[in-house]
Design a protein around this ligand. Structure first.
Ligand SMILES: Cc1cc2nc3c(=O)[nH]c(=O)nc-3n(C[C@H](O)[C@H](O)[C@H](O)COP(=O)(O)O)c2cc1C
Length: 155
């Protein structure tokens, strides 16, 4: 299985740290959207897309990259994020990106998110929330998740 991870991590490098662990397990290169030609994705069986969450959305750089992809028959994909708050309920921030990737022809097999240091303005006043995260146990959870993903795809 040939995998690659497209990741935007601009705020604190939180998502990059998670992406590096996922990349290690999946033997995948981690690249920023402006470091890969969209056409190159055709050569991969599995593509991961991840960033921090900003006002309920994935980073604009990642969203614009996906928006610009032509519709085509593609392989599998996964979506991951780091954020102050969970990907749940009305705050399900992964859904629009999952849907959009589906429209672009990807089979989105799973999503992953983990809590991370968040310095969004209201929280900045108190020095941010989720300090020190992702921590060792968050990265261990990311590793376990990626191992499950790899096993599921190999099946
Ligand atoms: C301006 C701003 C807006 C944010 N908005 C949200 C949000 O809507 N929901 C959330 O859970 N986290 C939010 N966060 C927290 C980021 O998603 C979190 O810090 C993330 O780990 C940043 O990823 P990065 O360091 O890889 O760029 C926000 C952070 C900033 C600075």
């Amino acid at each position: 299985m040939k995998a690659i991870i497209v990741c935007t991590s601009v705020s604190h490098g939180n998502t990059q740290r998670v992406a590096d662990v996922l990349g290690e397990v999946l033997a995948a290169r981690v690249v920023a959207p402006d470091h890969i030609d969209a056409a190159e994705l055709a050569g991969y069986d599995l593509v991961g897309f991840g960033s921090g969450i900003f006002l309920g959305k994935f980073h604009a750089q990642l969203r614009e990259f996906v928006e610009a992809l032509p519709q085509a028959q593609r392989g599998k994909a996964f979506v991951f994020a780091t954020s102050g708050f969970p990907d749940a309920g009305l705050q399900r921030f992964s859904r629009p990106l999952v849907n959009q990737l589906g429209q672009k022809g990807f089979d989105v097999v799973d999503t992953f998110s983990c809590r991370a240091f968040d310095t969004y303005a209201p929280f900045k006043l108190v020095g941010g929330i989720r300090k020190g995260r992702p921590d060792a146990s968050d990265l261990a959870a990311a590793r376990t998740w990626a191992e499950g993903l790899r096993a599921g795809i190999a099946r």
